[in-house]
Design a protein around this ligand. Structure first.
Ligand SMILES: C[S@@+](CC[C@H](N)C(=O)[O-])C[C@H]1O[C@@H](n2cnc3c(N)ncnc32)[C@H](O)[C@@H]1O
Length: 249
């Protein structure tokens, strides 16, 4: 049997109950919490046939590890989302819209990027297996359920993956605060994979070389860069804006 993962917090657990209740092995709730929000989640889980165990707060702390949990954790099996690019591209009816995270190490940033990617309608988020944070309990909690439906592909060789995307007709758009072009100057109605760099170093050298173009988000203040999840939001929603304009013409 595949290894259980731990989901913590209302959003993450509610999203799993909604999208894949059959993947939930056990749910533990803080038996001291008797508020309306907890009760309605419990009702929903019982209705979905999920096993709910009231336990003391210390047990929930132990199961959640570092993640804030709001008194609820679930042990779940991984769900069956796309596992590779072939799965992602299968039956895709609209121009591919992808997000590549080149070595994000902070689970809060990964969770926020997943949430934003999901809200923008990104088909998959791609990251290297090495030197990048996995989609663990903290990232899934911050993602607020996005990880239930947006695939997160961890690839052994990111450069090979970018070459594969190019071969499939996808434009690789890298981001760098020193680039010349701004997102509104690029045609984002084409198949596109946005590439965001790591918190400290930005994109790696080889990743940058594989980009078809580099884009900068103009900034007015004195800081050198935006948080990567904020930059992700700007780029993804500029894509959404341009595609809406194209489809509503
Ligand atoms: C905190 S920044 C990394 C800064 C790093 N010192 C560098 O030299 O690239 C993390 C990532 O967010 C994105 N980013 C942040 N601010 C940006 C901006 N103004 N324009 C484009 N991308 C930006 C880029 O993907 C960047 O690699």
């Amino acid at each position: 049997m595949s290894q259980n993962q731990v989901l913590a917090g209302f959003h993450a657990v509610t999203a799993r109950v909604r999208h894949a209740p059959q993947s939930i092995r056990q749910v533990y709730v803080d038996g001291q919490r008797r508020d309306k929000r907890m009760q309605s989640l419990i009702d929903r889980m019982v209705k979905a046939g999920v096993k709910v165990h009231p336990v003391d707060g210390a047990r929930i702390d132990e199961l959640a590890g570092q993640a804030r949990h709001q008194g609820v954790v679930a042990l779940v099996e991984p769900i069956d989302l796309a596992q590779d690019l072939d799965d992602v591209f299968e039956g895709m009816a609209e121009p591919p819209f992808l997000l590549v995270l080149d070595g994000i190490t902070d689970p809060h940033n990964l969770g926020a990027c997943m949430r934003t990617a999901n809200a923008a309608g990104v088909h998959a988020v791609i990251a290297p297996k090495d030197r990048a944070v996995g989609l663990g309990t903290v990232a899934q909690r911050i993602a607020c359920g996005a990880a239930e439906t947006t695939p997160y592909l961890m690839v052994t060789n990111l450069a090979r993956c970018l070459r594969d995307l190019k071969a499939r007709g996808v434009w690789i758009v890298g981001t760098d605060e020193r680039a010349e072009q701004t997102p509104d100057q690029v045609d984002l109605s084409m198949p596109v994979a946005w590439v965001m760099g790591a918190e400290g170093e930005g994109m790696r050298h080889l990743t940058r070389e594989l980009c078809d173009m580099l884009v900068r988000i103009p900034m007015a203040g004195s800081v050198e860069s935006l948080n990567v999840s904020v930059a992700t939001g700007v780029c993804l929603f500029e894509t959404v804006r341009q595609r809406r304009v194209v489809t509503s013409r």
